[in-house]
Write a protein that binds this ligand. Structure first.
Ligand SMILES: *Cc1c(COP(=O)(O)O)cnc(C)c1O
Length: 396
């Protein structure tokens, strides 16, 4: 008999969709994969070299549980330089990916009956990590009209005596939208008033467009910094998803608890990946601007293409590498015996009849949308757009 908690969760639907697309591809089908959640760039060469050197130097043993000093120092420097945030090494933990840092936070903070507010649409792991720790996810809806930013009055209406934390993700996966300062200030004020923590997932920080400046909510003042745990990592900024290095910064007692938890589960993140992360954070950063420029070009092309399709409406994303078009105006339409009534129907139709893989919005908590990742070549984006357009034109 499995434990009760396992019954409450499901495998990551984004990873499942990606696996399905890859399986069809392996069967020889020409699939355009818009389902991916990782940069289609290679890890920078100097980062790889640092890992190779670590292996050759024999840096292949256990390290301190929460990461080597050298890497913590690099993270401290990064947070100071990029985010205007001052932390000491005792306020930093390095984990096996940002997802792992988030999981450690969930274990350290949430208990039975605690409520955690999650703005929806949300990244798929937030609710399940809450559930795995016997707490209750409370969804706070955000709207396209507000660029998918959590409205202060909606947030306030969800807060109860049991509220422990609010999870923020800016830029957002799946919406691709970035919070503005005014909204962050309003959220910070509410969090302080009700004494709840903010968990700020900043993994897409380096991918903001249209001249928008990324702001960490923790940088808005000392008080809110003391109630915030910042989560970030190398996966998206340096195309290092497979290396599994992420980190969190926050109050010492929480970081210490997370480190104890980590000491009883994974122990340290991989030694050689830590050396690679040091190189990524302290070495040349020009890789990021090259990747950024390419994503920006694709973003513009994709969103324009989507909006040219009858029945599809897409906000221009300001961050990350996702577009999140509203396809609900196509619901109720048919082709042959197939009727499209939901985002799952739409995703299945596009996969099976158009060979385009993407993720249904329902997986992220909003059935009116689909998520399209543009972490794929311009050529694929062109081909995928044509296929979607043709498939949608067959609906009536
Ligand atoms: C990719 C992603 C992460 C996880 O990144 P890892 O460091 O690879 O664990 C966390 N949050 C969001 C929103 C993501 O899209």
């Amino acid at each position: 008999m499995l434990a009760e908690r396992v019954k409450k969760i499901k495998p990551s639907p984004t990873l499942a969709m990606d696996a399905k697309a890859k399986a069809l591809k392996a069967q020889g089908l020409d699939i355009v994969n818009f389902g991916v959640g990782e940069p289609d760039f290679d890890t920078p060469e100097h980062v790889k070299e640092a890992a190779i050197k670590a292996i050759k130097d024999g840096f292949t043993k256990y390290t301190p549980v929460g990461g080597i000093d050298e890497l913590k120092e690099a993270v401290v420097e990064k947070l100071k330089k990029d985010n205007n945030l001052e932390y000491s090494k005792e306020e930093i933990i390095v984990s096996c990916g940002a997802k792992h840092s988030l999981y450690n936070i969930a274990q350290a903070l949430y208990g039975p009956g605690d409520e955690v507010i999650i703005p929806s649409p949300y990244w798929v792991s937030y609710p399940d990590q809450v559930l795995l720790n016997d707490a209750v996810p409370v969804f706070a809806k955000t709207y396209e009209e507000d660029s998918f930013m959590l409205k202060p009055d909606v947030l306030e209406s969800k807060i109860t005596k049991k509220t422990k934390a609010i999870i923020l993700n800016s830029p957002s996966n799946p919406t691709g939208l970035t919070y503005d300062k005014k909204t962050l200030e309003a959220i910070a004020e509410i969090a302080l008033k009700h004494n709840v923590y903010i968990i700020s997932d900043e993994i897409y920080e380096k991918l903001v467009y249209d001249g928008i400046e990324f702001i960490s909510i923790a940088s808005l003042g000392k008080e809110i910094k003391d109630k915030t745990i910042v989560v970030n990592g190398l996966s998206k900024s340096h195309a290092m998803t497979g290396w599994r290095i992420g980190y969190a910064a926050g109050p010492k007692d929480i970081i210490k608890a997370m480190t104890n938890i980590q000491s009883q589960s994974t122990s340290n993140p991989t030694s050689i990946a830590q050396k690679a992360a040091v190189a990524a954070l302290t070495g040349p950063q020009d890789f990021i601007s090259v990747m950024h420029a390419e994503f920006d070009k694709r973003r513009k092309f994709l969103v324009e293409g989507l909006n040219s399709i009858e029945g599809v409406r897409c906000l221009k994303p300001t961050g990350a590498f996702y577009a999140f078009p509203n396809v609900s105006r196509l619901y109720g339409k048919k082709t042959g015996t197939r009727q499209i009534n939901s985002s799952i129907d739409m995703a299945m139709y596009l996969l099976e009849d158009a060979n385009v893989a993407l993720v249904h919005g329902e997986a992220f908590g909003d059935d009116n949308y689909i998520r399209i990742s543009y972490a794929t070549s311009m050529e694929n984006i062109k081909k995928g757009l044509e296929r979607i357009k043709e498939a949608v034109s067959r609906l009536s």
